[in-house]
Write a protein that binds this ligand. Sequence first.
Ligand SMILES: *Cc1c(COP(=O)(O)O)cnc(C)c1O
Length: 383
Amino acid sequence: MSRLLSSLYPVSEESTVVTHPFLDLAPLSAAHFASIEDRVARLLDTRQDVVVMQGEALLPLEGAIRGAAGPGTTALNVITGPYGQTFGDWLRDCGATVIDLAVPFHTAVTAAQVREAFAEHPEIDFVSLVHAEAATGNTNPVAAVGEVVREHGALFYLDAVASIGAEPVLPDAWGVDLCVIGAQKAMGGPAGVSAVSVSERAWTRMSANPQAPRRSYLSLLDWKQRWIDGGRTALPHAPAQLEMLALEACVERIETEGLKTVMARHASAAAATRSGASALAGGLEPYVHDAAEAAPVATTLRAPAGVPASELVARALAIDPALPLAAGGGAPAGEMIRVNHYGADATLGAVRGCLAALGAALTGKGLPVDLDAARRATERGRN
Ligand SMILES: *Cc1c(COP(=O)(O)O)cnc(C)c1O
């Protein structure tokens, strides 16, 4: 063993195996696995079955669509950012008839728009919606949309990956049949594990779908048959124990801080970013026009005309590479700056750091900014 390793990690007398917090973990028991699922269910305030899935959130997002949709499905697919586009592709791939309802990325969908879609296409029996879009910075009115969906008896699928921990996510109260979450945004957890709550109606729909994945890693029905229906006593395969322990730790941390406090931290960071960016000037402005439609998880800003967002972000990150800043991806890439003030970065300090670095980047491009005004506005802006 190298001297460096032995100085970092203690070695026991009898063994030459280096101890390490991530390695040599005991297998996770079925009881422990079930208790983590129960904890996630409490976080969602749901009585539905919660399946913790052994992969990044795309696993339950894709598994739930492929389980519920088929050639007989007419899906209303709401597009408010890049994830909605992906869901439409999966739905078409399943053979579903897809009605896309796309709204400009700087806004949110309204319940009235969903109602109009049902009036035009009463055969809609599935609705897919993204709650908050970290990529575009908007958040959609799920409770109001859920009311419309329930009136028409359609199945309601929700991507709450970016909203969980940053704002209320209430599948039971909102009538969501398939609610997918991931730990990697506001929960401050790992990206390698995710969860989905499944209503009785959703199980019925999947069981009746001959195309639903079975005997597959994508299959939710496998988890029902091999895990839930057996009383959650025997795991179908070895779980990813490192990610499961990390998921448990991040739910525990949220319970300790209090979900309401965690959500308030995100809301404050978002409000401070919006008002601070406007006061900073230099041509920077909030990308989502209406504050009520801006997601608490992350704030998107529009770069000044003629200045590429990627250049401003690169200049800001050169000042401090640890800042939670990114240039937008997808369609609005050239003009969008993302302030990812989520998880441990949902603080006024992180917001101030981002605005100061963006201010310096704008100054470097010859654009006048007012750092003092921005600092005062972040103080006022937070809730
Ligand atoms: C972040 C996010 C996901 C997870 O996808 P990654 O790109 O792997 O982080 C899914 N849905 C939404 C709405 C997200 O914001």
